[in-house]
Design a protein. Structure first.
Length: 240
């Protein structure tokens, strides 16, 4: 006796496979989006931490330069005090030369300190920008988390319903083709079934043969010779 598989059953199976795939994709999409949001928050936080370390290093360097400037200014005052007490022209000139050298060094030091202070202002500005980005990123992360929490229960409940309905429909598959169906469904999911599209497989667009047309008309199982999908007739479609 020829195996008969109703097109309504294959249509139902395909619909349920598509629903199952869509629900699983939506359930998986949330954690992926959350992971991306969490990663963004972590990256911005790391950037802020790096800027804060740079700020500390720059501030320490500026403080050291300011301390050196102050020490050199005190030396200059000391040398100026010694000018009048110089015992010879040579000693007087040596003090003057030292004062001039220290004053020139202080001019350079003052420029370097100014550069460090400018750098500190620049770092502070970058930290402020990054903090603003962090607030937005945290808000986006929380929004994604809230959306996942709100949708998760409903999506999982719907998936459970679809899985049960799919199992019930699969129980109606003729035993003669059940093994082939299970094998193809396991590897291809919703691609295990395909509607007839004119004279072609709705999955891979391989043209079906005249014999396959006849088998479809007789509701015999027809597998695409290219992709292996079980072909069915869309609603309100007739063959032959």
């Amino acid at each position: 006796m020829a195996v008969v598989v109703e097109h309504d059953l294959l249509r139902t199976l395909h619909r349920l496979h598509r629903q199952k795939n869509d629900l699983e994709s939506r359930i998986e999409r949330g954690p992926r989006q959350l992971k991306a949001s969490v990663k963004k928050v972590a990256e911005i936080t790391a950037a802020i931490d790096e800027l804060k370390e740079s700020y500390k290093r720059t501030q320490v360097l500026a403080n050291e330069k300011q301390l050196l400037l102050k020490q050199r200014e005190e030396k200059i005052l000391d040398f100026k005090g010694k000018l009048n007490a110089a015992k010879s022209n040579e000693e007087f000139q040596a003090f003057k030369n030292q004062i001039a050298a220290d004053e020139q060094a202080n001019d350079v030091q003052s420029d370097e300190i100014f550069e460090q202070l400018e750098k500190i202002d620049e770092i502070n500005s970058k930290i402020a920008d990054q903090n603003e980005k962090l607030q937005k990123a945290v808000g986006e992360r929380d929004k994604v988390q809230d959306k996942i929490d709100a949708e998760a229960a409903g999506l999982k409940s719907e998936l459970e319903r679809v899985v049960i309905e799919l199992a019930e429909s699969e129980a109606k598959i003729p035993i003669d083709i059940k093994t082939d169906y299970v094998r193809v469904a396991k590897s291809k999911g919703e691609g295990a079934l395909a509607p007839l599209d004119g004279d072609f497989c709705g999955n891979c667009f391989k043209k079906i043969t005249m014999m396959q047309h006849s088998d479809l008309a007789a509701q015999k199982p027809v597998a695409c010779k290219e992709c292996g999908a079980f072909i069915y007739l869309p609603e309100n479609t007739r063959v032959g």
